[in-house]
Design a protein around this ligand. Structure first.
Ligand code: HEM
Length: 128
């Protein structure tokens, strides 16, 4: 039996496009996160994150075809990501997941990944 990817299980591209759109609605309303993002290229930012997530979860490899190896920690280096920013990013993603309401098992998998990936992106400690 072939194992179904999470990408397919949650509904493919439309799910990830909607998730990322809901996510950026929340990022744009966040006073700490919003200034870090390209103010005049929200559509581009949405596209990059959606393509990355689709690729990560077993969908088409368009992200790497367009952007090369993800190297996410390196790409986040220009942004001061402390614990507060990490919590805000996660809160925005949880809000987006609430809006999309994937099945509990899929939600748990997605949340677990976002949790670990967001922690790995911390590169700044305001107390030091
Ligand atoms: C890009 C912030 C966590 C995936 C970006 C950008 C910012 C940002 C400001 C630039 C927007 C753009 O032009 O595309 C943050 C903050 C995080 C965080 C504050 C808090 C922890 C994550 C996590 C992931 C992720 C957990 C993956 C699950 C990406 C991707 C891009 C990106 C794929 C586009 C990279 C590229 O191709 O240039 N992030 N990020 N980020 N982020 Fe994050």
């Amino acid at each position: 039996m072939t194992q179904q990817t999470l990408f397919d299980a949650v509904g493919g591209e439309p799910f990830f496009r909607s998730l990322v759109h809901e996510f950026y609605e929340r990022v744009w309303a966040d006073a700490v996160l919003r200034p870090m993002y390209p103010q005049d290229d929200r559509a581009g930012a949405e596209d990059r994150l959606a393509l990355f997530l689709m690729q990560y979860w077993g969908g088409p490899g368009t992200y790497s075809a367009q952007r090369g190896h993800p190297r996410l920690r390196m790409r986040h280096h220009p942004f001061p990501i402390d614990l507060d920013a990490r919590e805000r990013w996660i809160a925005a993603m949880h809000g987006a997941l609430d809006a999309l309401a994937p099945a509990p098992l899929h939600r748990a998998e997605l949340e677990d990944y976002f949790d670990r990936a967001a922690t790995a992106m911390i590169n700044h400690n305001p107390l030091l």
